[in-house]
Structure formats: C-alpha cells, structure tokens
Design a binder for this molecule. Structure first.
Ligand SMILES: [Zn+2]
Ligand SMILES: [Zn+2]
Length: 328
C-alpha cells in the first residue's frame, strides 16, 4: 500500500486551469505571465512544475510533484502509509534492542557488534523519520481540517496577521475595496477607538474583520479536500469539486459589501495582467534615465522590505518561494 500510494502521489497531476480560463465576477483576476492564462482562486504558479497548480499546497521534493487539488488525498494517504510502515519498523527494532538488553549477561563474543550498531542506528533513524513525517502530516492535516487552509494560505494568513496594522496593508485593502464594491472602506470602530487612546495617525484594519472564506466547518473542510469518507482508504479516492471554484462560507456571501466577503487574500493586486506594480514602475522610469531608475529601485526596496508579499517570511523563516511558488 505504501508503494501504491507513493507512486500515485508522484504521478497524479494536481490539476491546472484549462486554457483561456476566465475568473468569475468577485474573484481576483490574477494573470500568470508564464502560462499566459488567468489563475483560478487558490491556484499558484509552481516554479518547479512550470505551470499553475489548482489549490496549491506546496511543491514536494520527495514526490517531485506538486501537492494541489487533485492529489491532496493521495499525498495524505502516502504520508499516513509512511507513518504506519515506518512505525512498524520502529516497533520491531525496539523489540530487537530490548532483546539485546535482556541478553546483556551473555559473554561479549556471543553478540555481533556490527548487528548491534546497525540496529541502534536504524532505530534512531526510523524514530527521526517518524517524527519528521509526523510533524508534516499533522501540519498538513490540521491546517486543512480545522482552518480550511493549504500551507500557502496559512502562510498568507500569518502574513496578514503580522501586517494588518501597517499603512501599506490599509492602502491596498481600501483600494481593492473601492474597486470591488465601488465605495470607500468603512472606517473601523476599532480604529476610531484606538486613535483616541494612542494617537494613531493612520487607520488600520482590525484582524477580526478579516475572515478566511474557505473555512466552512471541520467536517465539510475534510470532505472538500479529501473526498467522501468511504473513499479515504481507497488508493484512488478523489476530492470533491473541480478545483476551479470553491465553496465559501455562506454568511460571508450574504455580506456582500464587507471586508470579510472580499476575495482571498484581500490585499492582492486586483488585476495583475500588466505585472506587479513595483516592476511596472521600474520599467517606466528605465525609459527616461538611469539615475531616476536607481533611485526608484532603492525606494521600492525599502518599502518592500517592510511589507512586500514576495519578501515576507513566517515564524519558520519560510517565504512563498519555499513552498515552490513562483513569485516572479
Ligand atoms: Zn502559471
Ligand atoms: Zn510543483
């Protein structure tokens, strides 16, 4: 079963958007320059697979494949079979070591030192594998079931959590809000209160107002990502849905002029067809003169060091590119 699930995890395509994909109204129109196509919600371009991957979780070096919408259940089954098989090895190696310990009264020439050393090394190794695969499995599974997030979306969430009080985040959000709902971002009650207390000069967005839209409830999250329960153990069990559109929290969809009903992540550029803003600025200045170009690049750098999505890293020091995402 381990090998079957491993082979499927390697060869099963995570899914890509169809050619000439058109986002629905209310979704980000994110243009992938590499694929010359729009990216569906939750999709990212993988720099290793060189294509857009639906609901991309990360690019896995062990399977040399992306983990995305269509192979998420296969990847989880693979992880669980690794844990089960390796757990068994670990158990029998421990029994063997215990046997050595019980036989410790035997004369030394009765015990093969090489076998003993190999047994100790293998036990340590299998404990290490069990621990590291276990951590990955827990992180992957917990994220999907209890937060509805892929690892990339978890990263986005952590980024927003650490930056929701910055001027840059506020500016992007209010610009996006106006583009989508055609009116100004309502000033936050929390902001009004905070500015009275601590003289905050600029408004900021309260984290409570930002909601991750694809987190329905743990049970539905599981079914959306891993398929129906009867198929979980089957080697070919599939997830629900087509990976192009995703079920959203119903309450958010009713609230259609609220920050919480904006597409995710809410501070993304609305239409990336011309490339991201920073690069476009640099290109324009380049035509005029070199000094201005350099100055612009430096100032761009300083502002991006503060908050840019491309440069931000989470508590583990991971940037977007560590999940395999092509940040261009
Ligand atoms: Zn792409
Ligand atoms: Zn990939």
């Amino acid at each position: 079963m381990l090998w079957i699930s491993y082979i499927i995890a390697i060869y099963k395509d995570p899914g890509s958007p169809p050619p000439n994909f058109e986002p629905r109204p209310g979704q980000w129109r994110r243009w992938c320059k590499k694929c010359q196509n729009y990216k569906p919600e939750r999709a990212h371009h993988c720099k290793t697979c060189k294509k857009c991957v639906l609901m991309m979780d990360h690019h896995c070096p062990w399977t040399a494949n992306c983990v995305g919408h269509a192979n998420t259940p296969h990847f989880l089954r693979f992880l669980l079979w690794v844990m089960y098989t390796n757990g068994q090895c670990c158990y029998y190696l421990w029994l063997r070591l215990l046997q050595y310990w019980e036989d410790r009264a035997l004369p030394i020439y009765m015990v093969s030192k090489t076998t003993l050393t190999i047994t100790i090394v293998l036990t340590l190794l299998s404990m290490f594998v069990e621990f590291s695969v276990g951590t990955l499995t827990l992180r992957f599974f917990y994220g999907i079931m209890f937060t509805g997030m892929s690892q990339i979306e978890r990263w986005e969430w952590d980024r927003i959590e650490s930056q929701h009080t910055t001027p840059r985040f506020y500016d992007k959000l209010s610009k996006n809000f106006k583009t989508i709902f055609g009116k100004d971002l309502p000033s936050s009650k929390h902001w009004a209160a905070a500015s009275r207390v601590s003289n905050v000069e600029r408004p900021f967005v309260d984290l409570d107002e930002i909601v991750f839209p694809y987190d329905i409830n743990p049970w539905t999250n599981l079914i959306n990502a891993f398929g129906y329960p009867w198929s979980w153990i089957l080697p070919f069990g599939q997830p629900r849905g087509d990976g192009l559109t995703w079920q959203k929290d119903e309450l958010l969809e009713l609230d259609n002029d609220d920050i919480s009903s904006m597409p995710w992540p809410p501070d993304l550029s609305h239409d990336d067809k011309e490339g991201n803003e920073g690069l476009r600025d640099i290109d324009i200045v380049d035509e005029n003169n070199e000094i201005a170009l350099r100055r612009r690049m430096v100032s761009q750098d300083q502002s991006s060091r503060m908050t840019s999505r491309e440069e931000w890293t989470n508590g583990y020091g991971e940037g977007l590119s560590d999940f395999g995402v092509d940040v261009e």
